[in-house]
Ligand binder design. Structure first.
Ligand code: AMP
Length: 398
């Protein structure tokens, strides 16, 4: 692996990387940084937690000159991801004056308009709020030279692709575009073909495989005992920090109420019905250890970089196998060990088989000792037939 200095980064950026305690580049950084420094467009597929943010931020900071208008636009699917990228960018620009503005929904316009008036170099935004500002004439994109489209598959899932296209249409044609998506279904490939010029492809590992440091298990149970099992699992697991994913906001709220009754847990929740200031507090508190459990819907939590998560629990088997990989990507990040537990009920056998088929790995069925199971048929571990997924992209090997 080359060193950061060998990748061609400028002095102030190298010093910031050292200050961030990064010793050597991750594979995606080693591949993407030299190409991006040469001005090439990049299409990158990479598992979460692989250092993607630095892979696009470091070369852009190096290449950015002086201007009175924004030079770089970074689009992110969620507010939390946008805020996380802002934090990292400020860290990498420690030795280079860089004015960054963060634009997302759920908060007032006043502060953002002030930020835009302050001649930002970089705009980090979610698509909806950015379009609002563009429509109001608050933003001048005429000198925008760098466009980053991050977590594009999540933007597709959230229905943002039309907004993203409208935004790209307003950007100058002469620009460098860096495009990241964990999966590449047809709609995303089409967008990439349209938005990028002769891109370099950067792909790290197999797109579908979860981090190798994660231990997976299904915990089969009757539907009526799902909550009891999860509470027992939380009680019996020696976790330091745990993320629990639910399908719905209602499930998240109900589970949070029950978790609060367990001694030694400091749970909080993250979903889109919670007001922005409380979402920020929940995330901040989970990061700094004030909370040791966060119950989140997938949409709210996707892509967030939360280090040191020791356990992930899926309240239900995710409906899309891709989501399974994304969710358990929260643990086992940066080569740490992690555990991922998924509660499995009889109505979810097809989804479970689809997940196993997708990740090409059999997931062990486990039984919780000292739990009084009403129904044990599922524990027999009969292989279910994989569900056919005609829309799933073909597995690509490097
Ligand atoms: P990301 O995939 O960009 O969300 O990054 C995941 C985590 O890895 C973040 O906490 C980064 O600060 C960290 N990270 C990124 N690159 C490196 C590196 N070269 N060395 C050590 N940590 C890194």
């Amino acid at each position: 692996m080359p060193s950061f200095a060998e990748l061609g980064l400028s002095g102030p950026v190298l010093r910031a990387v050292t200050k961030a305690n990064y010793e050597e580049p991750t594979p995606i950084q080693a591949q993407a940084i030299p190409e991006a420094l040469n001005g090439r467009d990049i299409v990158g597929a990479s598992q979460t937690g692989t250092g993607k943010t630095a892979a696009f931020s470091l070369p852009i900071i190096c290449r950015m000159g002086l201007s009175t208008r924004p030079q770089c636009l970074i689009l992110e699917p969620t507010r939390e991801l946008a805020a996380q990228v802002e934090d990292q960018l400020n860290l990498f620009a420690y030795y280079k004056a860089l004015n960054v503005v963060l634009l997302h929904g759920g908060v007032g316009y006043g502060h953002q308009i002030e930020g835009l008036a302050n001649k930002p170099d970089v705009i980090i935004a979610t698509p909806g709020r950015l379009l609002d500002h563009l429509e109001k004439g608050n933003i001048d994109l005429s000198e925008m030279k760098f466009l980053v489209l991050d977590e594009v598959d999540r933007m597709l899932d959230m229905g943002f692709l039309p907004d993203v296209k409208r935004i790209i249409d307003q950007c100058p044609k002469e620009r460098q575009t860096l495009f990241f998506s964990a999966t590449m279904p047809g709609a995303i490939q089409t967008l990439a073909n349209w938005a990028l010029k002769d891109p370099v492809e950067v792909e790290i590992g197999e797109r579908r495989s979860p981090a190798e440091t994660v231990t997976h298990a299904f915990f089969p149970v009757g539907m009526d005992q799902r909550d009891d099992l999860i509470l027992k699992l939380v009680e019996k697991t020696g976790f330091e920090s745990m993320m629990i994913f639910t399908r719905t906001k209602k499930e998240a709220d109900a589970l949070l109420a029950r978790l609060k009754e367990i001694e030694g847990t400091q749970p909080t929740a993250l979903h889109s019905d919670i007001k922005q200031s409380d979402r920020t507090k929940a995330l901040q508190g989970f990061r700094d250890g004030t909370f040791n459990i966060i119950v989140a819907t997938d949409i709210a939590a996707r892509g967030l970089d939360i280090s040191g998560v020791t356990h992930v629990i899926n309240y239900r088997v995710p409906e899309n196998p891709e989501d399974y990989v994304h969710r358990i990507g929260r643990t086992g990040r940066a080569q740490q060990e992690g555990d991922a537990f998924t509660i499995l009920t009889a109505d979810e056998l097809e989804q479970a088989a689809a997940v196993e088929h997708y990740i090409d790995q059999k997931i062990e069925r486990k039984k919780l000792e000292d739990f009084d199971y009403n129904y044990t048929a599922l524990l027999d571990d009969k292989p279910a037939k994989p569900r056919r997924r005609p829309s799933a992209p073909k597995r690509r090997r490097r």
